[in-house]
Design a protein around this ligand. Structure first.
Ligand code: NAP
Length: 481
């Protein structure tokens, strides 16, 4: 077994808690079992809730300077251990090492940014009648539960826990069973900073059981979830009885529009970066590419040459651009979408197959793929792909492309390349999405709001709005007698 030198137990009330039941963690590039992590029971989840509840008053009451020093210390250690954490992430999740390291460093940035922002979480005073003072103050919500996916095993945790802790809340995290090791490595950092006992807790085990306990608990005041839309809807329903505050960051189906006057080179460069990062397993990855009919051939030729130059391989190898997919079933879904599309008239421009020869034979590798002549009769037009497939659709007018781009229940990220400012306005105004990248694909920064509309969920992460998701507003009317 690869020696990763990382804990495999749960972390509850400042202690590492083991269990006799274990589950395997597998390297998607090699099929090797790399660790066995603890499977907790209902009692462990209850203990974590009580630990977080007990720790809340003291953590909330700390001087901001003291609380935020912990966060800066966490950021320091994330930076110091970035190489080690990146290697763990690549081995459990598959993404190229350089992407993994950037993700760890972006987590450090989240902790720093929220530590700074929390010190400026100013309330308001409101004009009041004589002898009264009207004020609004922001208070932490209390115990926060966080459930995170496998595609960003570190970043999805740090972007939730940094604002939650900065605002004065205590936390229970349940990471994905596919990638718990990055979470465990982050909790080793929390332990090293000597955060007060119970401020952060990590539980593992049956996601259904843990989700049910966390949502049913009146002591858990907020649930922040990133994952698929169906599970998000289940958690939404389960949270109704306790009227829990919720943030739901769910699936996406991003359109990527290349207009007639677009800078084609910049569009191709942006598309490659956004689509093949993490092998397309990204909620904001472009999923449908709309190319204006006047530039489609030029765009497609350049795209094809760049896609064929991508190096598929083990993320630990320096030259790798595209790693494996997380699981076997991810490959099955992609294959089904490709067969459905080609049966209905789509044309395979490049790729389209699983890689099965050595050194790919033990892992979940798939060729970077382009499909041309995609249309609304095909599943891929409506389903999130979560893999390295670029479906290309041709359009004529701006109105037509806006209508096609919005023809989905999802509403997370969207992208467009156009030079004319009127067209830019029509597109950014007409796209029903939480985020628009206009001639740009970087839409995720600590200081800018990240989140969706429609079935992509609600709530924002990052930015001043992200911090506000972890507080409640209290209005106080004081009469001076
Ligand atoms: P998923 O199946 O919904 O799982 C996400 C998390 O929920 C995991 O921790 C999973 O645990 C847990 N979970 C599964 N069933 C549960 C249940 N019944 N109750 C409580 N928790 C449950 O999603 P995924 O396949 O890991 O991630 C891919 C999806 O996430 C895609 O749709 C993607 O678009 C979305 N995503 C969205 C964003 C965003 O910011 N909007 C970012 C990244 C990903 P186990 O893995 O242990 O079962």
């Amino acid at each position: 077994m690869t020696n990763l030198n990382v804990k495999t137990d749960m972390f509850i009330n400042g202690e590492w808690i083991t269990s006799t039941d274990k589950t395997d963690v597998t390297n998607p590039a090699t099929g090797e079992v790399i660790a066995q992590t603890a499977i907790g029971t209902k009692d462990h989840v209850e203990e974590a809730i009580q630990a977080a509840k007990s720790a809340f008053p003291e953590w909330k009451g700390l001087e901001l300077k003291e609380r935020t020093q912990y966060l800066h210390h966490i950021a320091d250690l994330l930076e110091e251990r970035a190489d080690e954490l990146a290697r763990i992430m690549t081995i459990e999740q598959g993404k190229p090492l350089k992407e993994a390291k950037l993700e760890v460093l972006s987590g450090a940035e989240s902790f720093r940014w929220n530590a700074e922002e929390a010190r400026r979480l100013y309330g308001d005073t409101i004009p009041a009648p004589n002898n009264h003072r009207y004020e609004i103050k922001y208070e932490p919500v209390g115990v926060v539960a966080a459930i995170t996916p496998w595609n960003f095993p570190s970043g999805m945790i740090t972007r939730k826990l940094a604002p939650a802790l900065a605002a004065g809340n205590t936390v229970i995290l349940k990471p994905s069973k596919d990638t718990p090791l990055s979470a465990l490595a982050i909790f080793e950092i929390f332990e090293a900073t000597e955060l007060p006992k119970g401020v952060v807790n990590l539980v593992m085990g049956s996601s259904k059981e843990i989700g049910s306990i966390l949502t049913a608990s009146n002591d858990v005041k907020k649930l922040t979830f990133t994952g698929s839309t169906p599970i998000g809807k289940t958690l939404y329903e389960q949270s109704a009885d306790t009227l829990k505050k919720l943030s739901l960051e769910l699936g996406g189906h991003a359109p990527f529009i290349v207009h007639s006057d677009a800078n084609i080179e910049a569009a191709v460069e942006g598309l490659i970066a956004a689509k093949f990062r993490n092998n397309g397993q990204v909620c904001i990855a472009p999923n449908r590419v709309f190319a204006h009919e006047s530039i489609k051939d030029e765009f497609l030729n350049l795209l094809k040459s760049k896609v064929e130059a991508l190096v598929v391989g083990n993320g630990l190898d320096d030259e790798t651009n595209v790693g494996p997919l997380i699981r076997e079933d991810a490959i099955d879904k992609i294959k089904q979408q490709i067969v459905d599309a080609t049966d209905k008239g789509a044309v395979l421009v490049t790729g389209g197959h699983r890689l099965t020869e050595s050194p790919f034979d033990q892992g979940n590798f798939f060729q970077p793929t382009i499909l041309d002549h995609v249309n609304t009769s095909m599943d891929i037009f409506y389903e999130e792909t979560f893999g390295p497939v670029v479906p290309v659709i041709t359009y004529d007018t701006v109105e037509e492309v806006i209508e096609m781009a919005n023809d989905t229940n999802y509403g997370l990220a969207s992208y467009a390349y156009a030079q004319d400012s009127t067209v830019q306005y029509q597109l950014s105004n007409g796209l029903e999405y939480g985020m628009v990248g206009m001639n740009a694909v970087n839409i995720s920064n600590p200081e800018t709001p990240f989140g969706g509309v429609k079935h992509s969920g609600f709530g924002r992460e990052n930015s001043h709005l992200g911090l506000k998701e972890y507080v409640t507003e209290k209005f106080i009317n004081t009469k001076f007698l």
